[in-house]
Design a binder for this molecule. Structure first.
Ligand SMILES: [Zn+2]
Length: 450
C-alpha cells in the first residue's frame, strides 16, 4: 500500500465512508450478464420508490403514487411518477429528505450545473460513495490504479465563497488534495503564459491521470502539438475529460500530445456519474449507479429526447426522474469491450461558448457558474459577450440583495484579471427557446473552437 492509498483509506475511515467497498461491489457488475444487471437495477429502483412513497414528504403529498409489487414491474410503474426539475429543488429542497434519516446524516450540496441555473439538493453520503466508486471503476478500464496521482485542470467555486465556512472548506480541500497526491491548476484564464506554466508543472508532477474540463486540456494539447513538444511521462495512463462534450478533433489532438487514451465522463453533481467512455469508444451508462430515461415531448421513451436520471443509491434524499436539461439518444447494439451497460450515442446540452478577450486571454464558462452559484434566490443567469471586452450579465432572481450581486461581480472582475465592462441586468424571466439549447454563456463575438 503506497502513502496515497494509505491516506485515502485513513480519510475514508475517519469520515465513515466506504468507497472502496462500493468499488468492490461495482467491479463485479462489469462481468454481469445483461439480465443480472437489469435485476440488480430493478431491485434498487423498487426499494427507492417504496421508501420514497412511505417516507419522503415530496412524494407523500401525491397520495397514491404506484409502487411495483415485483422488481420487473418497476420500469412500467416509474413512468407514472412525476418528472422533477430544478425548480422543485429551488422551491423547497427539504421536502426531498426522508423522514427516516437523521437530518444530520444528509448534507446540502450546491451545484451550478452546466446550465446557468444554480440549485441546492440534499445528498446522503452513500450516493457520493457509489458515484465515486463508479468513477474509479471506469478509470480502471484503462488500467488506472484506485488512488492515482492526479493532475487536475479545474475551476473551483471556493474563491467566490466569502463565508468563513466556505474559506475553511477551500483550505481543507487544498490540504486533502496535496495529501492525496492531487495537483490542481486553475482552468480559468487560459492564455499562452498559463499554458506554458501548466506544461512545466505537468512535466514536474508526473501524474498517472490528467483530469480536466475538455477545453483547457485540449488547449494544452494543441500547444504541445503545434510546438512539437514531447512530454515524457511514463506513468501517465489516461486523460479524463468531463463537463463538456469531447469532439473528435479534440480527442485526436489530446491523444497525439500525451500518447495515452482519452476518457470522457458525463455526469451531473445532483446525481453523480451517468456515463463514461470505454477503450472501445462506447459511452456506457453506469446502470448500477443511475437509471436513465430518454423522453420526447409526447413522453415516449427511448427516443432522442430529454435525459431523465434516477439515482439508484439516493435513498434518504431521493432523486427520481430528474430532468437534467440535456438531450441524448441511445446507441444500439453491444460494444466490443463486452461491458453489459447500455450506451449513449449523442449527448447535447452541456455547451457554452468559449470566451476570448481582446488580449487573447480565454475565459472558461465555468468561471461564471462558480461566481454566481452562491447567490441566494438566483434562479437563472445568462452571460452574453457583446464585444471583445464587453459583457451583458442577466439575472433572473426571486430575492437576494443587489449588494450580494455586486460583491460577486467585483470578485468576477478580479478573477478575469483585466479590465472588462460587465453590464448587469435583472429580469423576471430569461427566455429559453424550446427548440434550441439554452446557451448560458454565449459569445456574439467569436469562438476559438471554430
Ligand atoms: Zn465499451
Amino acid at each position: 500500500m503506497n502513502t496515497r492509498h494509505f491516506i485515502f483509506t485513513a480519510a475514508e475511515r475517519l469520515k465513515g465512508r466506504k468507497t472502496l467497498l462500493c468499488l468492490r461491489e461495482m467491479l463485479k457488475h462489469d462481468s454481469y450478464k445483461r439480465e443480472e444487471l437489469e435485476n440488480y437495477r430493478n431491485e434498487k429502483l423498487k426499494d427507492l420508490l417504496e421508501d420514497s412513497v412511505q417516507n419522503v414528504p415530496f412524494y407523500s403529498q401525491f397520495g397514491k403514487l404506484p409502487i411495483p409489487k415485483y422488481p420487473d414491474e418497476v420500469l412500467d410503474v416509474i413512468k407514472k411518477w412525476p418528472i422533477i426539475r430544478r425548480q422543485h429543488f429551488q422551491e423547497n429542497a427539504k421536502l426531498f429528505i426522508s423522514r427516516k434519516v437523521k437530518k444530520s446524516s444528509v448534507y446540502k450540496a450546491r451545484t451550478g450545473g452546466s446550465t446557468g441555473e444554480p440549485v441546492y439538493t440534499y445528498k446522503h453520503p452513500h450516493l457520493d460513495e457509489m458515484g465515486r466508486a463508479s468513477k474509479i471503476r471506469a478509470r480502471k478500464w484503462y488500467g488506472v490504479s484506485n488512488v492515482p496521482r492526479i493532475f487536475m485542470i479545474w475551476g473551483s467555486s471556493g474563491s467566490f465563497d466569502s463565508t468563513f465556512k466556505g474559506k475553511i472548506q477551500t483550505l481543507a480541500r487544498e490540504v486533502r488534495y496535496s495529501l492525496n497526491g492531487i495537483k490542481r491548476v486553475s482552468a480559468y484564464g487560459l492564455d499562452g503564459r498559463n499554458i506554458k506554466r501548466c506544461v512545466e508543472e505537468l512535466k514536474q508532477f508526473q501524474p498517472e491521470l490528467i483530469y480536466s474540463y475538455t477545453t483547457p486540456i485540449y488547449l494544452v494539447a494543441a500547444y504541445l502539438v503545434e510546438n512539437d513538444t514531447k512530454l515524457l511521462n511514463p506513468n501517465l495512463k489516461l486523460v479524463n475529460t468531463t463537463a463538456e462534450p469531447l469532439h473528435e478533433f479534440q480527442r485526436k489532438t489530446i491523444e497525439k500530445a500525451f500518447g495515452v487514451p482519452v476518457q470522457n465522463g458525463y455526469g451531473a453533481a445532483e446525481v453523480t456519474n451517468i456515463a463514461f467512455s470505454c477503450p472501445s469508444g462506447g459511452m456506457h451508462v453506469v446502470e448500477d449507479n443511475v437509471f436513465v430515461e430518454l423522453l420526447n415531448d409526447n413522453n415516449e421513451r427511448d427516443v432522442f429526447g430529454r435525459v431523465l436520471v434516477t439515482a439508484l443509491h439516493s435513498i434518504g434524499a431521493p432523486i427520481i426522474r430528474y430532468e437534467i436539461g440535456d438531450i441524448a439518444a441511445w446507441r444500439n447494439g453491444y460494444c466490443s469491450c463486452s461491458l453489459p451497460y447500455k450506451m449513449l450515442e449523442k449527448i447535447e446540452g452541456r455547451v457554452h461558448d468559449l470566451i476570448k478577450l481582446g488580449s487573447g486571454k480565454i475565459i472558461h464558462g465555468e468561471l461564471f457558474t462558480h461566481a454566481f452559484e452562491h447567490i441566494n434566490g438566483l434562479r437563472k443567469f445568462q452571460v452574453i459577450q457583446r464585444d471583445k471586452n464587453k459583457f451583458d450579465i442577466i439575472f433572473q432572481t426571486v430575492d437576494g440583495t443587489h449588494i450580494e450581486y455586486n460583491r460577486q461581480i467585483n470578485k468576477l472582475q478580479k478573477e478575469i484579471g483585466e479590465p472588462v465592462e460587465l453590464n448587469v441586468q435583472f429580469v423576471d424571466h430569461i427566455e429559453t427557446d424550446p427548440s434550441a439549447k439554452f446557451r448560458w454563456v454565449r459569445s456574439d463575438v467569436n469562438s476559438c473552437l471554430g
